[in-house]
Ligand binder design. Structure first.
Ligand SMILES: [Zn+2]
Length: 171
């Protein structure tokens, strides 16, 4: 049971809840604001200045929360400064990896998988390759891009290129 009287991330005393830091059973005490916005922290970015203190906590569950929030914010500078045991870092990464395994969707929201065939729905200038991938081009046997649900890889004009999934339609 948590006996904390302040949010362990921001110190607030408002509507405290014991939040389970999955996949472990450890809990952190979170205020209303931290609880509501830690999963999409960019919506409340200024609130997370509080992590400047929380990131130095000696409590692993608090470190995990800070690490996940900084990761979701894409704040690599802060992540690089954090000191965490390997085991604690692996705990933090576990949920993030699952989040990053977000499905890749085409222009219609249809989920794309490796091996699918797609058609390009608008002319795309391929930077560095010196050609335009024309609207209507079929790309067969696409591949996923690790940790990036916004792109796929596919062969066009004999070159393997990255294509924004929103400019594709599954065949
Ligand atoms: Zn808080």
């Amino acid at each position: 049971m948590s006996t904390k009287t302040n949010c362990e991330l921001c110190g607030s005393e408002n509507n405290l809840t014991a939040y389970t830091v999955e996949p472990k059973d450890d809990t952190v005490t979170l205020c209303e604001t931290c609880l509501a916005s830690h999963e999409s922290p960019a919506d409340n970015e200024s609130h997370w200045h509080c992590l400047n203190d929380a990131m130095w906590s000696e409590v692993p569950a608090v470190q995990v929360m800070a690490y996940r929030i900084y990761s979701r914010l894409g704040n690599q500078e802060q992540l690089d400064m954090m000191y965490m045991e390997d085991e604690v870092k692996a705990w933090a990464e576990e949920v993030l990896a699952a989040e990053n395994a977000e499905p890749v969707r085409d222009a219609n929201g249809t989920i794309l998988k490796a091996g699918d065939s797609v058609t390009i729905i608008k002319d795309l200038v391929v930077k560095g390759a010196g050609f335009t991938a024309k609207q209507g081009t079929t790309v067969k046997n696409i591949k996923m891009v690790p940790n990036d649900p916004t792109h796929i890889q596919g062969k066009v004009n004999g070159s393997t290129i990255f294509i924004i999934s929103a400019f594709l339609k599954k065949l």
